[in-house]
Design a protein around this ligand. Structure first.
Ligand SMILES: Cc1cc2nc3c(=O)[nH]c(=O)nc-3n(C[C@H](O)[C@H](O)[C@H](O)COP(=O)(O)OP(=O)(O)OC[C@H]3O[C@@H](n4cnc5c(N)ncnc54)[C@H](O)[C@@H]3O)c2cc1C
Length: 481
């Protein structure tokens, strides 16, 4: 592979997954990012947390998020390019994932609004009743960049990994709507016109089985605010998406699906976001490697450009190979989702295979992004830690990619669960063509399943990591074929 390809997200995608009908859209977006978007993104990151104007001058609660106008232009660019509407027009998630890749190369935080809007539109389209869809979907799918945005709010103050124990938001039926009361502690894309929210219908059983998924508009039917934003979080990165604490007080909401299938809907939402996160993680890693390459081609030490030193050159070669593998894993998981996203319960075997791939991809690509961003900083030496050179930002952004949409622990354990319940490792083995290099790990997983539940969990990590890494390698060999 020509190293130059690393400097362009659209060229890298084209090189590895081949040409698509979206090539020109990606190239136009890339040109926009180079000419305008990157500078806006830098300024938004440097400006730190946007402010929130809670009241207007007449004392009315407004909760307006105050980014500079350029921010909204940057945000609209991706919507206009089709990160949301193309999925519905083309009945394919691939254009969304391609545009999320492109965006994440320049600003991985900005991929969050796109991702959560997609993760709102999909369950609305699948599980909303006719009236709900007619009322809200066209607003999300406007093509001129002025569309409504979505958000996915599950996590509460006591913790996000164990939603079954920690979601305390209660839903009470009220005619054909519901009233939700509770607090969401990490609410990205705060200010969104619509959100999908996990809540427990009053009287429902405890644990995850009692949770349901609701659609929550920003405004009540009366036009009043339907949720309020207590404050915005000061985060180390992803500053191009506002993350807030959101208060629901008798907030109007609409049930998606039925209460007893809520947890499956919540997991569907999360799994879409996990794929987007995987794709964004690879893009961020590509960006970090490209920046490291630009620097290493110019910096002189011991009489030659540092890229020419054998140790560093070998590290570059390995990193680029791993990048290719990471893309193969993320893209492979994305393609599987594209096959199964319209499914509802009872899910097919293919769907369970997708779930395993989603957990492996989310886990592996985020870890890869963190390690690559750290390495990129080291390649820059001391300059790598200075804010003015942008390099340290990639590490800050990557750290968040590894946590939101479920930490590495969660992904590993959820991968183990789908293996235990559905033997998804065997389906994966078949899916990738029973390659010799995966056989030993698949056999070891079979042996592992004989251990006690405690031991299975405790000793799973090396096997899970090996399954992710080897699958990425096998899929990489098939890329472009
Ligand atoms: C910037 C940002 C934006 C976010 N935006 C949103 C959003 O829009 N919507 C939303 O719903 N959430 C959002 N989140 C929340 C995010 O999904 C959670 O932070 C994440 O799921 C982890 O939950 P937690 O932080 O409560 O950690 P906890 O669940 O309290 O976990 C703490 C630690 O314990 C580990 N752990 C937990 N259970 C186990 C176990 N069984 N075995 C081993 N280790 C375990 C975890 O992996 C973690 O390392 C956001 C988070 C961040 C940082």
């Amino acid at each position: 592979m020509q190293l130059d390809i690393l400097r362009s997200p659209s060229a890298f995608l084209r090189h590895l997954i081949g040409s698509t009908e979206y090539d020109s859209v990606l190239q136009e977006s890339e040109a926009w990012w180079k000419q305008e978007g990157q500078a806006i993104s830098d300024a938004v990151d440097r400006a730190r947390t946007p402010w929130i104007r809670m009241f207007d001058s007449a004392g009315k609660r407004v909760d307006e998020i105050l980014y500079p106008p350029d921010y909204w232009r940057m945000l609209q660019q991706g919507y206009h390019a089709g990160v949301l509407w193309r999925a519905f027009q083309d009945r394919s998630l691939l254009p969304s994932f391609l545009l999320i890749y492109l965006t994440s190369f320049y600003d991985s935080g900005l991929s969050c609004p796109y991702t959560v809007s997609l993760s709102t539109a999909l369950p609305l389209a699948k599980y909303g009743d006719k009236a709900l869809k007619e009322r809200f979907l066209p607003q999300l799918l406007r093509q001129d960049g002025t569309n409504w945005q979505g958000a996915t709010w599950m996590t509460e103050i006591k913790g996000g990994s164990d939603l079954g124990s920690n979601v305390e938001t209660v839903a009470v039926p009220d005619g054909n709507t519901w009233r939700l009361t509770g607090d969401k502690y990490f609410s990205s894309n705060a200010g969104a016109e619509l959100a999908v929210v996990a809540a427990r219908p009053k009287g429902a059983p405890g644990g995850v089985r009692g949770l349901a998924l609701f659609l929550l508009p920003r405004r009540r039917q009366s036009g009043e605010l339907n949720y309020t934003i207590r404050r915005l979080k000061d985060k180390i990165a992803t500053r191009s998406v506002p993350t807030g604490e959101v208060e629901l007080r008798d907030s109007e909401a609409y049930l998606l699906g039925t209460p007893d299938e809520g947890i499956y809907l919540i997991l569907e939402v999360l799994n879409v976001s996990r794929i987007a996160n995987s794709i964004g993680s690879v893009a961020l890693a590509q960006r970090a490697i490209a920046d490291a390459l630009n620097f290493a081609e110019c910096r002189i030490a011991f009489g030659r450009r540092i890229i020419e030193h054998p140790l560093l050159r070998r590290q570059f070669d390995e990193r680029i190979n791993d990048l290719r593998n990471a893309l193969a894993l993320a893209w492979g998981a994305g393609k599987l989702l594209n096959e199964v996203w319209e499914e509802s319960r009872p899910y097919s075997e293919r769907y369970h295979l997708f779930r395993l791939m989603a957990h492996l991809a989310k886990y592996w690509t985020a870890e890869f992004a963190v390690q690559t961003a750290k390495w990129c900083m080291e390649v820059h030496g001391g300059l790598g830690v200075l804010e003015e050179f942008r390099v340290e930002r990639w590490l800050r952004e990557a750290m968040i990619l590894a946590i939101w949409e479920g930490t590495a622990h969660r992904q590993l354990l959820d991968a183990l669960e789908v293996i235990e319940r559905k033997r998804a490792h065997q389906a994966l083995f078949e899916y990738v063509g029973r390659p010799a290099q995966l056989k030993e790990t698949v056999d070891a997983i079979d042996a592992h399943l004989q251990l006690s539940a405690e031991q299975r969990e405790r000793d799973w990590e090396p096997l899970g990591a090996s399954l992710a890494q080897l699958t990425a390698g096998v899929l990489s060999e098939k890329l472009g074929r």
